[in-house]
Ligand binder design. Structure first.
Ligand code: NAI
Ligand code: MG
Length: 363
């Protein structure tokens, strides 16, 4: 890896620009600390790109992403673009980036932060030892299957989506899940709906077959409805969860409540050649432009970037520790605060600066 780290930043819409600018500050600080030069280029994506170029994702943006060491994305979307045709909506940029960059594995770590145990709606004794990695398949399944359409019928209309998985798609995501479990607690829970869906029956059969390559790792299968229940009943039973695109989307939002807020959850989307890092949350139009958003999910995404793409594992740990310490100090954005009159209630920028102070005390 060269001494320069080239990052493409796609701030996007809503709170995206607010949270990414805090995360870039952090990335800058760890690069300086470890003797790397950081070069960032910023491009419009999603609604911001529609407003400027009439398209949610331009070829120029895509080419820049392909050349970068990694991509940092904020969030896209907003009701002002709702009347666009579906391939021109902001969210089409996400699907386009995932597909074009070949980002088939989405890693979403869910870990409780000790200082936040009380801000989760779940009981402290249930969530205190949670450390889960959700490995979500990202470029297949019902979000990409064809045909998809809405058409008129004699009596009204009908809407169609198609759920397809191939053995190759399942094998490669299973590979990611088992390799991830091998350096964690050596347990994989494969989540499907094999009692109803044929695609899930193929999923389960393929997982069983592939798992033979990792005899030291425990494999269990769970139906998605049961998994949704177990995540709030006894979440510490899980180590790595591997699942299809839509199930992973829903289960990881549910699991975010273990951490207390969706504003805390990072993600890494990995392919064979490229990688993109983004918070799990969306553009939060209800608080956009108010400097209220929690930047920690995006900052933690930069930690994952250091670990998986930039060959800076110590920097990843330093950022994660700085987040812990900042929370221990008491700093809270609105979404994780239990006391609206606290002097530690901070805005987006102040939260970013508080984390930065732990990485570079001179600032
Ligand atoms: P959302 O994640 O944007 O917001 C859900 C709730 O969580 C809101 O009350 C919001 O204020 C709060 N929230 C989210 N992130 C926060 C943060 N960092 N700090 C504090 N509070 C935070 O999901 P929603 O409302 O369903 O979708 C809003 C828009 O975002 C839609 O257009 C949707 O399509 C898009 N979206 C984009 C995603 C992406 O860019 N990857 C992912 C999910 C949704
Ligand atoms: Mg979601």
């Amino acid at each position: 890896m060269s001494v320069t780290k080239n990052i493409v930043v796609l701030p996007g819409d809503g709170i995206g620009p607010e949270v990414t600018s805090e995360a870039v500050k952090i990335l800058q600080a760890v690069c300086e600390r470890h003797g790397y030069k950081l070069e960032t280029e910023s491009y419009d994506v999603g609604g911001a790109s529609i407003d400027r170029y009439g398209r949610p994702l331009t070829q120029e943006t895509l080419e820049a992403c392909k050349k970068a060491d990694a991509v940092l994305l904020g969030a896209v979307g907003g009701s002002q673009w709702d009347d666009q045709p579906k391939d021109k909506r902001p969210e089409a940029a996400l699907l386009g980036l995932r597909k074009e960059l070949g980002l088939y594995a989405n890693l979403r770590p869910i870990k409780t932060y000790e200082p936040l145990l009380q801000s989760s709606p779940l009981k402290e004794e249930i969530i205190k030892d949670v450390d889960i990695m959700i490995v979500r398949e990202l470029t297949g399944g019902i979000y990409f299957g064809r045909p998809r359409l809405i058409e008129k019928t004699n009596t009204g209309e009908r809407g169609v989506d198609t759920l397809v998985y191939t053995t190759e798609e399942v094998e490669r995501i299973v590979h990611t899940a088992f390799e991830t479990a091998a350096v964690r607690n050596r347990k994989v829970t494969s989540v499907d709906k094999a009692n109803v869906l044929d695609s899930s029956r193929l999923w389960r059969r393929t997982v069983k077959k592939s798992a033979k390559q990792w005899p030291e790792i425990t494999l269990e299968h769970m139906l998605v409805d049961n998994c949704a229940m177990q995540l709030v009943r006894a979440p510490s039973q899980f180590d790595v969860i591997v699942t299809a695109n839509m199930f992973g989307d829903i289960l990881s939002d549910e699991a975010s409540m273990i951490t207390g807020s969706i504003g805390m959850l990072p993600s890494a989307s990995l392919g064979k050649e490229h990688a993109m890092y983004e918070p799990v949350h969306g553009s939060a139009p209800d608080i956009a432009g108010e400097n209220k958003a929690n930047p920690l999910a995006t900052i933690a995404s930069v930690a994952l970037m250091c670990r998986y793409s930039l060959d800076m594992p110590e920097a990843a740990l330093e950022i994660e520790e700085a987040i812990q310490t900042t929370l221990k100090d008491g700093f809270r954005t609105g979404d994780i605060s239990t006391d609206p009159s606290s002097e530690y209630l901070v805005d987006t920028e102040e939260m970013g600066s508080a984390v930065l102070k732990h990485l570079n005390p001179d600032l």
